[in-house]
Design a protein around this ligand. Structure first.
Ligand code: ADP
Ligand code: MN
Ligand code: MN
Ligand code: MN
Length: 371
């Protein structure tokens, strides 16, 4: 029996790209080949020279179709086989390779907002719901619109074999979060894009939009971010504290480049209020949710672990944000405390097991693969 492969890619819409996908029926036993699309309809080419190439980079079981169907995340190439200008993944590949000896891991906290009829899902037609307070991790009554969508999305991510770590309701009513990680840069970024696509696609079935807008409602309502948690093998080892501080300080010396690439509309969100630091200022601190970079309390106790860059917007590009963080922090480590060669390979903590369970639960599924 032929199977269905949903080819997914990131388009050229400005200022923030959209996700696109289309279905290919593939003969039994064949793997998903290179494919193409009309780039003039996605802001990636002109009409007279419209062909763009879809090159598969990550595949996983499709949780929404039959047991043999798959999702195929692609990077976009030009017809001469070069990365398309909108292809930010290609740049991450070389940076990840260059600093692989630091074994960087990321955990991404994706916040988002459900929208229906041009307002947050479940909000009254006129005016506002009760002020922020009860919604974060809340339960009960009509306070938690969207939970059924969140539950469906989480189950779908697990069946797909993604390293989803958890979910929670956020501070603004109709705003939610899921986390992906902890994984190396390419893996976490590919998986975040697939998890985003699943969220958009599943929300369709509920008659709702999921938006990554960083500040969907102006005023006294929290924005939506994508806190980016980061560690190297140096930070995770005993005595890693020194490297965590070194990493935070390296970020503090490269504020402009990072802020400019942390998602469109960042100045609307990083106001210095609502658990953010102002986008023009840099600070770091233990447990400080008003700092640009927070070091979790447990890392202060254990004197090792990771740091959390709280600045990236919900609409950030994980290929770009992980590339900048690896580049800034590992190039600085290369100057101060270089690792000479790659350490022996260790499996990513905890998630390997979770992945296996997910794959087992999905009957006759193809395991996730990455090229
Ligand atoms: P909070 O909401 O308190 O900021 P979350 O529980 O939502 O925290 O997210 C914590 C994130 O930290 C997760 O994505 C997890 O993968 C990540 N994380 C934990 N340990 C590490 C590590 N050593 N390196 C990188 N990320 C890590
Ligand atoms: Mn969180
Ligand atoms: Mn959050
Ligand atoms: Mn966080």
């Amino acid at each position: 029996m032929p199977y269905q492969a949903e080819y997914i890619w990131i388009d050229g819409t400005e200022p923030s790209p959209l996700m696109r996908s289309k279905t290919k029926i593939i003969a039994d036993g064949k793997t998903p080949p290179i494919w193409g699309f009309d780039g003039s309809s996605t802001n990636q080419a002109t009409g007279d020279n419209s062909d763009c190439v879809l090159s598969p980079v990550f595949t996983c079981p499709d949780p929404l179709r039959g047991p043999d169907d798959i999702l195929v995340l692609c990077e976009v190439l030009t017809v001469d086989g070069k990365p398309h200008p909108t292809n930010t993944r290609a740049k991450l590949v070389s940076t990840a390779r260059k600093y692989a000896k630091y074994e960087p891991f990321f955990g991404l906290e994706q916040e988002y907002t459900f929208i229906q009829n041009d307002r947050p899902y479940g909000w009254p037609e006129n005016g506002y719901p009760a002020p922020q307070g009860p919604y974060y991790c809340g339960v009960g009554g009509d306070m938690m619109p969207g939970r059924d969508i969140v539950e469906t999305h989480t189950a779908a991510c697990l069946i797909a074999g993604l390293s989803i770590e958890g979910t929670n309701a956020e501070v603004m009513m109709a705003q939610w979060e899921f986390q992906i990680g902890a994984l190396p840069p390419l893996e976490v970024a590919d998986q975040l894009w697939v998890a985003r696509w699943l969220l958009f696609r599943i929300a369709e079935d509920f008659g709702v939009y999921a938006t990554l807008e960083p500040k969907p409602i102006l005023g006294d309502w929290n924005g939506a971010g994508c806190h980016t948690n980061f560690s190297t093998n140096q930070m995770r080892a005993d005595g890693g504290w020194k490297y965590i501080i070194q990493g935070a300080e390296a970020l503090g010396r490269n504020v402009t480049e990072h802020i400019e690439n942390y998602g469109v509309g960042i100045e609307l969100r990083l106001t210095g209020h609502h658990e953010t630091a102002h986008y023009t200022q840099f600070s770091y601190g233990v447990s400080d949710r008003g700092a640009s970079v927070r070091i979790p309390w447990i890392c202060n106790v254990e004197k090792k672990g990771y740091l959390e860059d709280r600045r990236p917007n919900a609409n950030m590009d994980p290929y770009t944000v992980t590339r900048l963080m690896v580049n800034t922090i590992c190039s600085d480590a290369d100057k101060k405390s270089p690792i000479k060669s790659a350490a022996p390979k260790k499996a990513a903590p905890k998630k390997a097991a979770a992945k296996k369970t997910a794959a087992k639960k999905a009957p006759a599924k193809k395991a996730a693969t990455r090229r």
